[in-house]
Design a binder for this molecule. Sequence first.
Ligand code: ZN
Length: 203
Amino acid sequence: MPPTPAARTPRAALAELLAGNRRFVSGQPVHGHDVTAAAAVASGDQQPYAVLLGCIDSRVPLEAIFDQTFGSICVIRTGAHVLDRAVCGSIEYVVGQLGVRLVMVLGHERCGAVGSAVEALRSGRLPEGSLRYVVDRIAPAVHEVGADDPDAHPLAIRRHVRRTVDTLRADDLLAGPVGAGEVAVVGALYDLATGEVALLPEE
Ligand SMILES: [Zn+2]
């Protein structure tokens, strides 16, 4: 489904995105057949209506779970949707230069990256290399829910989405349009068992 003018407001963009997830869950995608070079060529210029930041997890391909086609959404994926300057700059570009009104941060159940952070903080054995950077970015969420809490993993997944949303809402170039209601940053969670995406409640 090509982006519609209605998707040029945050609320309409969110409705369109969630409608795509419902098509995916119901087994009736309209773009499932579109994975061809011809479809890519036919998309022409891109007119994305949302930018999604998700995890690298191989079970969570964002275009598929929202039943999107070429040109409709911008996708950024890092381990546990960890932010760095390149990610923030990319989102600033999509919002500022392409006029996208919706930013979604999508966490998912049983996230291995968050699980690694929980285990590292419980054991005190922190990874080396750049993986340490990723764990360090997730660690505040784990500390907030308590690393030794038996439910630290699922709780930290939600807290980490919330923290990522809050960071983006306060981003230098996003805070203005977000405050004016022109752009929305929302957090959501993907259920690996059902394929459903649920918005995280605002706190
Ligand atoms: Zn993950």
